[in-house]
Design a binder for this molecule. Sequence first.
Ligand SMILES: [Zn+2]
Length: 317
Amino acid sequence: MSEEKGKVFEIAILGRALWELHSLNNEGNVGNVVEPRSVKIIDPNTGKAVTTDGISGEMLKHIHAELMWLLDDKSHLCEACRTLHPERFNYVVSKNRNKFESPAYVIGEAVKTCDICDVHGFMVEKPTVSRKSTVEFGWALGIPEVYRDIHLHARHALGEKGKRQESEEGREGGTQMIYHRPTRTGRYAIVTVFQPWRIGLNEAKQDVYTYDGKRRKERYQLALKAYQLMFTRPEGAMTTTRLPHVVDFEGVIVYSTKPMPVPIISPLKDNYISEIEKIANALDSIQVVKFKGVADFVEKLRTLMSAEPYQMEFGGE
Ligand SMILES: [Zn+2]
């Protein structure tokens, strides 16, 4: 693809990521066993219902937000996002309630001051108003088959190894504790959409961009950079001892250059790329860029950095 100088309305990243021996997302604990997250899906290639492994969209969105925070120079973050406070702009509003009376003012101030509130959205309790995220993540779904293992581990105190073998599993035997941790290996179907056209848009008024030009482009680039990094370095649960082996990522970057939602066909389907290509051929303004491997993905996404986030014209004035 040549260097893209045009405007980008929406971007979808659809692909298959191979992550080995990770434990990025778990259900929780049952006794001393950590349960991996399971979901039921219809395998589109066989038509059969299967149980597979899932990494929630919340987890993926969190990884993206954290990377944006790391990359941000912190001068364009609200008081809450500077410390990655989960309430985001609600925290700022609740501290200065008399200043924030109208919903339009809340959104206006949030998107003006904060890269993360603008891109990732937030909910404010009073006045009741929310900003919908400009990045959306589906579950990362294990393309059957995902291999799962539960591993047994024991924690020993120094010098006590071997002494307490008789203690029951999971019971704190004074100095030893036995516990179970899962790992998974598999290819995951990734579905995510980014809506550059909404960056800076005050949705309480719907037809007003709070700011424009350079700042919109900087935020657009920051969000793309976080996307580049999240597939080179997925961070989630249990990475202190189950840092994922990142092996592969292949798929398509689909983007529209005019107001047109990008098609998202799940990479669970074996033929998803050819189907997307056919759709793109049938519709105007949809571009499809294939990538093979993590490095190729990073390079191909980079070509979109020089594009401008689309700005809707509302007429009037
Ligand atoms: Zn914020």
